[in-house]
Design a binder for this molecule. Structure first.
Ligand code: IMP
Length: 197
């Protein structure tokens, strides 16, 4: 079974592919399928945005589409950056600029607790959908550590492992991460769906 991933993010592709390929699911970036669909993320929740992206790519390709919408929610910042994680600080910033801004905005914060959320949505050409969500609690580190992963990984600290996401191997990250958990739920729902077909 082949899904078009409604994203340009090759890191997300790698994380999704490594988990779903074990079950015979192939995921390809929309650009590899010759698609250039830009979706405005106007939803109020991760789940809404994930479904907006999956729908747009399914409609453009006529193929099953899968999307992940994710971000980090920081308690001391009332849940920010949240669904705006990719756009935090505006267009001019890159991943490093965004996590530096987050560290700056956390200066003097009484609590550093946070969580990452991943909402996965897929839509089939017949309109059927599958949704799954995963959450990983952690804290925002005082300084970046590690050079793996992407995005906010260097500043997302897992107290039990005493490491940031960026200090984990891809396998270690998948075992505990928001996306790993969401994909495990998704995988179960997809199998049940395919068995019914
Ligand atoms: P999206 O493409 O709209 O889902 O944007 C997600 C935002 O959250 C991007 O800025 C990513 O860098 C960040 N993000 C999502 N998942 C992760 C992750 O696993 N690690 C670090 N940052 C992430």
């Amino acid at each position: 079974m082949k899904f078009i991933l409604a994203s340009q993010n090759s890191h997300k592709l790698a994380e999704m592919q490594s988990i779903l390929s074990a079950h015979g699911v192939e995921v390809v970036l929309q650009s590899e399928a010759g698609l250039h669909v830009e979706v405005e993320e106007t939803g109020a929740t991760f789940a809404e945005n994930a479904m907006l992206k999956a729908r747009a790519v399914m409609e453009a390709s006529g193929l099953p589409a899968i999307a992940d919408d994710s971000g980090v929610c920081v308690d001391a910042l009332n849940g920010a950056p949240g669904v705006y994680s990719a756009r935090y600080g505006g267009e001019g910033l890159d991943d490093v600029g965004r996590y530096k801004l987050l560290l700056e905005n956390m200066r003097g914060a009484g609590s550093r607790t946070a969580h990452f959320t991943s909402a996965i949505a897929c839509m089939f050409p017949n309109g059927d959908t599958i949704e799954a969500e995963g959450i990983c609690p952690g804290t925002i580190a005082f300084a970046p550590q590690g050079d793996g992963g992407f995005g906010y990984d260097p500043v997302f600290f897992l107290p039990e492992l005493r490491k940031t996401y960026a200090q984990l191997t891809p396998e270690e990250k998948a075992a505990v991460s928001h996306r790993g958990k969401a994909l495990a739920v998704f995988d179960g729902k997809l199998r049940a769906y395919l068995e019914k077909q």
